[in-house]
Design a protein around this ligand. Structure first.
Ligand SMILES: [Zn+2]
Length: 911
């Protein structure tokens, strides 16, 4: 039954109807930066495929002048009699005409107006200071589904069209968009800027920026103009990203065997920005921390972040912008791929960073989230636009990138690259699904890619592979790994790699069933022959699965295999390269050279990470994890140590919850553990030291400060005093500043406010975003609950941009309870200010997840029961699950009889 008007039939649909599709947009926008509003008109050239009285497109939070809306066809007949229905719930605009529109081409005209909002999405306002005056800029952020908040459009990735954009802006400001300016004429205080028409693209990639900027400029060898725009006076800070961008464009041109498809590339630092960066076609926008690098005040970690983010966004210019996902279900393909390939690019540009070893962080991030019952498959059904936001998570990015790496490792780098290049050519200027990529890879490789990957992208979770040695056989069994310790029912096709006694002796096979066995007789013989300098005995026959940690799974060794590995770590770890010789490995593509040293680092990191996860799932004792950790005392490698630090901070909290009387011993054990590295690295950079040592120094000293090491504390405070007097003092370079800030906060309290006040002063006096976030992430590390509360309130003050509040949420163990009370207290305000997306969900996950009692879980659940909200639903469930996992872990640790003795022995073992 149809009602009079008939527009109800379009309610509650997940996709727009396809009886009319857009071909070209002629979009005019006029932002008013004083009133924070905008007006606009759009002419959309359409193709109508079947008889219809309706046009249905997306729009939200816009106002329409009904008399401005009409349709014409090529015979210039105008259709002006229509009903205009804006259905806010579905974010659609339904135009119901009083007669059928003719099949074929036509044009739709719409005038509209809206508000430049403060929500960092749609068409929004960001603020900056210029000559001491606070000013507004206008910026767009449309991914995933917010172009509809700026202009009415077919706002789905598959509705690609060309865009001709014109902006009316104040005479003294710059206007940027996806394409170069073709005309710019002034009329008093206002100028009209017209941009060249774009090639076809999806609406979520359209972008506009209006403000005051400085820029630096360069060209690629094939003549693409590249610019980095930043706030006036910060031009120098854009040079590093500019250099990375120019080189990366060349590199991707070669890798994808397809040139960059636009005539220019602009990259802009935006002071208020919700995500890290956004790959808008030809006009990439960034947070300042992800684009700007200051020689004097940015740390090595900041530099690496800029390079990796730039490489990620530029990868999207091909993988995402030129070839676009058909629907948001395939978002992971965009994000997983760009994440993976950004490491490939960074590795070529900065081989000394050993960046592939740090890829382990991506894998660990994916494994951690995906170990929850409340995880989700890589590919998810999307029914409504408001469900898209929450799939921008560690599953799409980190698990996505990890399974792509696993596949690349299985197929080999050359075949993988060849396939990608043909995929890009095949689907250029169009859209593709996950299966389309698998089909190309399957064709090029001859391997059953679709079947293999189906098990990884369509079901959530991943396996733990248990491996036992029985005589000359290795027995494998897979079961779904869950952090809660229970086993799920999932089963995967697992590419297994293993090496035995030597890195040269490798074996790869597919585990296609629940269990399988492999004869290693021949393998053991080869291992002994290859490793003839090592003394005889069981310990040289260590066996390691998941050789490069390229597989997205965990490994549980039987006791014998675990003991052999521990021995290998203690015996070999310092001279990994020497012990394993210098034979090059057969990864011959220059982009993927995984050298021997890196592999060994990955082996050691992987064992630690698997062991930590097994302990959390109560599958392995905390004592044995501690014993394993103690084997890393003289470790040198950044990735291994960085992982060790992360693990130590987490287990210290759990152990303290389980038996508070052991806390001092545990702290002492960790102080001993990191002492060697602290002494090796010192507080100041060594001449010609590596990038990784520079990053490591900060992390080691921060850990020691947090564990309360007296020497670190007093040294830090002394250097901090010098820094307060002179911000350019060589005594506290950017890499160690965070450590000093954290150290200072350890002794701050209500009666001793010096450290806290001093840090606020640094925060207020710097205009470098990286420095500000460094301060914010240190303030709440204070053990004094009153100061933590004060710092939390500061996060919500007008002095902290909404984009930055999340940096201060990770409070000390002593501040957990006060942070939770604060969250409840401020919840209405937080919800209103932070809207949706990770800026909001981080409040819940960061404050709730560290708790470790079922009572607290119940309390949290009760609080949110009456505050149900779809934008935090999944995060809340995941956070509660983490609390339950912690609670079980605490209980299991309490039952460990030998723990106290082990901890005390380790704490007293110096040197
Ligand atoms: Zn991305």
């Amino acid at each position: 039954m149809e009602n009079n008007n008939g527009y109800e039939q379009f309610k509650g649909q997940s996709r727009l109807p396809k009886f009319a599709i857009p071909k070209r947009y002629d979009l005019k926008l006029k932002p008013d930066l004083i009133a924070c509003t905008f007006t606009g008109t759009v002419e959309i050239n359409l193709e109508i495929f079947s008889d219809t009285k309706f046009l249905v497109l997306n729009a939200s939070q816009l106002e329409f002048d009904h008399s401005s809306i009409y349709f014409t066809n090529p015979n210039t007949k105008e259709y002006r009699k229509l009903d205009v229905n804006l259905l806010e719930e579905d974010e659609i605009l339904v135009l119901g005409f009083d007669e059928d529109l003719p099949i074929g081409e036509g044009s739709l005209y719409i005038g509209f107006k809206g508000i430049l909002n403060d929500q960092m999405k749609g068409f929004y306002r960001s603020t900056y200071e210029h000559n001491g005056e606070k000013k507004n800029m206008a910026v767009t952020q449309f991914e995933p589904a917010d172009a509809r908040r700026c202009f009415p459009c077919w706002d789905e990735p598959a509705f690609k069209a060309t865009f001709k954009i014109t902006l009316d802006v104040p005479e003294d400001l710059m206007a940027l968009s996806n394409m170069p300016i073709i005309e710019d004429h002034s009329d008093g205080n206002l100028k009209t800027v017209s941009f060249q028409e774009s090639p076809i693209m999806s609406t979520y990639l359209v972008a506009v920026v209006v403000g005051l900027f400085d820029y630096v400029e360069d060209h690629t060898p094939d003549g693409i103009k590249v610019r980095v725009y930043c706030q006036v006076g910060k031009g120098n800070q854009g040079k590093f990203a500019l250099d990375v961008a120019v080189k990366t464009l060349g590199l991707y041109r070669e890798y994808f065997d397809t040139p960059y498809s636009l005539p220019k590339l602009d990259m802009v630092a935006i002071p208020d920005f919700a995500a890290g960066a956004m790959e808008n076609y030809g006009l990439v926008t960034y947070r300042e921390t992800a684009l700007l690098y200051d020689d004097q005040h940015s740390a090595a970690a900041n530099k690496q972040r800029v390079a990796v983010v730039v490489a990620h966004e530029l990868a999207h210019q091909w993988f995402g912008n030129l070839v676009t996902m058909e629907w948001w279900t395939h978002l992971w393909l965009n994000e997983g791929f760009a994440t993976w390939v950004s490491y490939l690019a960074a590795d070529i540009l900065f081989p000394e960073w050993n960046i592939w070893t740090q890829f382990l962080d991506e894998t660990t991030g994916g494994l951690t989230l995906d170990g929850l019952t409340e995880s989700h498959p890589i590919e998810v059904e999307i029914q409504h636009a408001n469900e898209i936001d929450e799939i921008f998570d560690a599953i799409s990015y980190e698990k996505g990138a990890s399974v792509i790496r696993m596949l690349q490792s299985f197929l080999g780098p050359e075949c993988f690259q060849r396939s990608l290049a043909s995929y890009i050519k095949l689907y250029a200027c169009s859209n593709a699904k996950t299966e389309d990529l698998w089909a190309v890879l399957e064709r090029e490789s001859g391997e059953p890619v679709n079947k293999l990957m189906y098990s990884w992208t369509k079901q959530q979770g991943y396996p733990v592979i248990s491996v036992n040695v029985r005589g000359n056989k290795l027995e494998f069994e897979q079961s779904q790994f869950m952090l809660s310790g229970v086993h799920g029912n999932g089963q995967w096709i697992v590419p297994i790699s293993l090496c035995c006694g030597s890195y040269d002796v490798r074996k790869n096979f597919l585990l296609q069933t629940k269990s399988d066995a492999v004869d290693i007789m021949e393998f053991l013989g080869a291992s002994n022959a290859a490793n003839n300098t090592v003394e005889k005995g069981n310990h040289q026959k260590w066996i390691k699965l998941n050789v490069d940690q390229a597989g997205f799974y965990r490994v549980k060794y039987d006791e014998e295999l675990a003991a052999r590995l521990r021995y290998a770590i203690e015996a070999n770890h310092l001279s990994a390269t020497d012990r394993f010789g210098n034979v090059t490995v057969q990864f011959d593509l220059k982009a993927s050279v995984m050298n021997r040293k890196l592999t060994v680092i990955l082996i050691f990191s992987g064992i630690l990470d698997d062991s930590f996860a097994l302990s959390m799932g109560c599958k392995q004792s905390l004592s044995s994890l501690f014993i394993l950790m103690s084997a890393y005392k003289t470790e040198h490698e950044y990735t291994v140590l960085s992982n060790l630090i992360t693990v130590s901070r987490k287990v210290a909290k759990i152990a303290a919850d389980a038996s508070p009387d052991l806390l001092d011993f545990i702290k002492q054990f960790f102080i001993n553990l990191f002492q060697y590295s602290a002494e090796r690295l010192g507080w100041e950079p060594h001449k010609n030291e590596s990038h990784l040592d520079a990053m490591l120094r900060g992390e080691v000293l921060t850990a020691l400060a947090l564990f309360g090491d007296d020497n670190t504390q007093s040294e830090a405070i002394e250097r901090f005093r010098s820094f307060l007097n002179d911000r350019n003092t060589p005594l506290l370079p950017p890499d160690t500043r965070k450590a000093a800030y954290v150290a200072v906060m350890q002794s701050a309290s209500k009666s001793n406010r010096w450290g806290y006040e001093s840090l606020l002063r640094i925060y207020r006096e710097t205009d470098l975003s990286q420095e500000k976030t460094r301060v914010l992430s240190s303030l709440t590390s204070c053990p004094d609950a009153d100061i933590v509360l004060e710092a939390l309130n500061f996060l919500l003050s007008s002095e902290v941009r909404s984009q930055d509040a999340v940096y201060g949420l990770g409070v000390s163990r002593e501040g957990r309870e006060i942070a939770w009370r604060w969250l409840k207290d401020k919840w209405d305000h937080i919800l209103k200010t932070f809207g949706s997306g990770y800026l909001l969900t981080d409040f819940v996950s960061t404050v709730v997840s560290p708790f470790s009692s079922k009572d607290k879980a119940a309390e949290v659940e009760e609080f949110f029961a009456s505050r149900a909200n779809p934008s935090i639903a999944r995060t809340l469930k995941q956070s509660l699950e983490r609390v339950h996992i912690n609670a079980n872990w605490v209980k299991s640790v309490q039952e460990e009889k030998q723990l106290a003795e082990v901890v005390k022995v380790l704490a007293n073992k110096k040197g």
